[in-house]
Design a protein around this ligand. Structure first.
Ligand code: C2E
Ligand code: MG
Ligand code: MG
Ligand code: MG
Length: 292
């Protein structure tokens, strides 16, 4: 019998390695059906602003509600999507869904909390990215600043020249750009200065090591100082405990995202959170200023 396991990028069934290829072929119709039957969901994970002590936005995280296997996380299916060349389809779906949600919130709440979407490497490097984003913004009539684009540090740095020109264009169109998984790649800090990004997302690995490893606090402090010196805001990913939250806040971090504040949630729960914020008089914060 087949058995699912949870390591990133690992296959669904424990068969021989020889069967990887046939398995990939098996997945193709299943994934096509998933798109056709709308089996994907955009979960939203709230982000919290320390200064204002309130909700400040969401990150969109894809899930697959598999009819037999239950809710699957991206590590369990993104590798297949990539290998089967279906990345474009997924990326478009995510963008449309996020934009539709922003429009819905605008109509329903008269306010929009920004939603961050993760750009795949392929999407970031695609020559049609700019047109695709413009089309989505036009179609849903949303403010570009409400859509934040997350690009991992590794992808942003992989082709410095092209990366910089794309990020400059995105910024000129009014999108906010965040550097995801910051600290895990090999950024030149000087290079970071020249990018008009608004936000740096400190990778979860730095946060989870905090209690056990004193040096991490030193590194984090330096990172946050540097980011602030360059006019960028800083969010820490993967905050799970009150201690971690306190330390990050003391180190000057601006925002947090993590299970301690909230796990990723379905749209209906995100909307309940928004309703609570509004009821208590907390409106969305102005979009962050991005240093040019
Ligand atoms: P990411 O963009 O760095 O997303 C953060 C991941 O950390 C998410 O995992 C989130 O559920 C998880 N997380 C949040 N808070 C905590 C915490 O306190 N503790 C722990 N242990 N984990 C936490 P998820 O949803 O499994 O996504 C994994 C990765 O898959 C994402 O990393 C992102 O790179 C990718 N991904 C997710 N959705 C999309 C998408 O729509 N498009 C693309 N291209 N990639 C996506
Ligand atoms: Mg992300
Ligand atoms: Mg991240
Ligand atoms: Mg990460």
């Amino acid at each position: 019998e087949s058995k699912r396991h949870h390591q990133p990028g690992v296959v669904f069934f424990e068969r021989g390695m020889d069967d990887m290829f046939s398995q990939l072929l098996d997945m193709e119709p299943v994934l096509k059906r998933a798109f056709k039957n709308n089996e994907f969901l955009l979960y939203l994970q709230p982000q919290f602003d320390f200064d204002h002590q309130q909700l400040c936005g969401f990150e969109a995280l894809i899930r697959w509600q598999h009819p037999e296997r239950g809710l699957l996380s991206p590590a369990e299916f993104l590798p297949y999507i990539e290998q089967l060349g279906m990345t474009d389809t997924l990326d478009s779906w995510v963008l449309e869904k996020a934009a539709a949600t922003l429009k819905r919130w605008h109509q329903k709440f008269d306010h929009c909390w920004p939603i961050a979407v993760n750009l795949s490497a392929q999407q970031f490097q695609h020559f049609q990215l700019i047109d695709q984003l413009q089309a989505v913004v036009d179609k849903y009539q949303i403010a570009p600043a409400a859509l934040e684009l997350e690009i991992t540090e590794t992808v942003a740095m992989s082709d410095l020249h092209n990366g910089m020109s794309v990020i400059n264009k995105l910024r000129a169109m009014g999108f906010n750009v965040a550097i995801d998984d910051f600290g895990t790649g090999h950024s030149s800090l000087a290079y970071l200065r020249s990018l008009p990004i608004s936000k740096i997302k400190i990778d979860r690995s730095f946060v989870s090591e905090l209690q056990v490893n004193r040096t991490d606090a030193t590194i984090l402090k330096a990172m946050i100082r540097l980011a602030h010196g360059l006019g960028k805001r800083v969010i820490a990913e993967g905050i799970e405990t009150e201690d971690q939250q306190m330390i990050l806040q003391q180190l000057g971090c601006d925002m947090m995202q993590g299970y301690y504040y909230s796990p990723p949630m379905r749209l209906e729960f995100a909307e309940q959170l928004i309703e609570r914020e509004l009821k208590e008089g907390r409106e969305p914060l102005p979009a962050p200023f991005a240093a040019a």
